[in-house]
Design a protein around this ligand. Structure first.
Ligand code: RIB
Ligand code: CA
Length: 315
């Protein structure tokens, strides 16, 4: 049985690589892709998702526009990291079509009411928070919620303590974590403690282009800017690709390990967006998260390269 998934994202270079991985993985049936403002404004993210689906010959997958701004805070993009087109300044041709007859939240509500499924959330969680407000029963139908976000022992990536997705919309993240706690559910937190170890190296691109020139050169096109960004800002030879790990973990959870804990999200002041992981049970509250702390990076890259470079299926 293929796992039914909805990908909620803000493409975004690493989101795009996560979508590619999901499409190339036979274990998954992608019911749809919902877009949220994050790395790029939602309209740009919508266009970028279609560009990736075109590259993958999967324009049959529906895409839905979601929240234009966070619940409370002002919207802050990450185009400095992802380029002015949100896709590494690859300036790919825009893709027509895709008349949307419903919003991201309406799609999430309708789809989850039809069948429970997995949601892989790899952007700010504004759409999920809006779904809780709009149709909480549907939200509670989420069979497994996997969120790329937060940090446990790692430093943040947009403040000393906060990771971008949770920093961008901390009220949304907090509402999602509170709702999970209220209903005795656990979110799988694919945080910076694991994703920061997923560093795509330049030599890997050469290897990928050897294996599959077309897919390899597409990846090079959308990551070129990202490599430069990481070198300029962190003097890192390579680029951290956070989001594909959330997809890989959805397919093969043995890639990561971690612990169950109660997690809450700070929404105010200096530590806005910090994911507070109560590892020692100070708050005496039941766990509402599986916090991932270790990843087998070697196995992840073999998994990623093997799948993304497979011959694309014609649909
Ligand atoms: O902090 C990294 C996360 O924020 C990734 O999902 C990246 O795409 C951005 O959304
Ligand atoms: Ca993302």
């Amino acid at each position: 049985m293929r796992k039914k998934v909805i990908i909620d994202c803000d493409p975004g270079i690493d989101d795009s690589m996560a979508i590619m991985l999901a499409i190339q993985s036979e274990e998954l049936e992608i019911l749809g892709i919902t877009i949220v403002s994050g790395n790029a404004p939602v309209e740009m993210g919508f266009e970028n998702a279609k560009k990736v689906l075109k590259q993958m010959n999967r324009l049959d997958i529906p895409v839905f526009t979601g929240a234009r701004h966070p619940l409370v805070k002002a919207y802050v993009d990450a185009l400095d990291t992802h380029g002015i087109d949100g896709l590494g300044e690859s300036f790919l041709e825009s893709v027509d079509g895709y008349h949307q007859n419903q919003s991201a939240v309406e799609f999430l509500s309708d789809t989850l009411r039809k069948q429970p499924c997995t949601v892989i959330a790899i952007g700010p969680m504004t759409n999920l928070a809006n779904l809780i407000e709009y149709d909480k029963q549907a939200f509670l139908q989420i069979e497994q919620l996997i969120s790329m976000g937060g940090a446990f022992k790692e430093q943040g990536n947009c403040s000393p303590v906060a990771e971008y997705n949770y920093w961008e919309d901390p009220e949304a993240a907090a509402l999602v974590y509170h709702t999970m706690a209220e209903h005795h559910k656990k979110i799988h937190m694919v945080d910076l403690d694991v994703t920061r170890q997923i560093i795509l190296k330049p030599e890997m691109l050469d290897e990928m282009e050897q294996i599959n020139p077309e897919q390899g050169s597409f990846l090079r096109k959308i990551t070129k800017y990202y490599f430069q960004f990481h070198w300029e800002w962190e003097h890192l030879r390579g680029c951290v690709i956070n989001d594909p790990l959330a997809v890989a973990y959805c397919i093969d959870p043995s890639l990561c390990s971690g612990m169950e804990a109660f997690v809450d999200i700070e929404t105010q002041s200096l530590s806005r967006g910090q994911s507070i992981v109560d590892a020692y049970g100070y708050y005496r509250k039941p766990a509402n998260a599986v916090v991932l702390t270790k990843v087998d990076t070697e196995r992840f890259f073999t998994f990623f390269i093997d799948r993304v470079l497979r011959k694309k299926k014609k649909v």
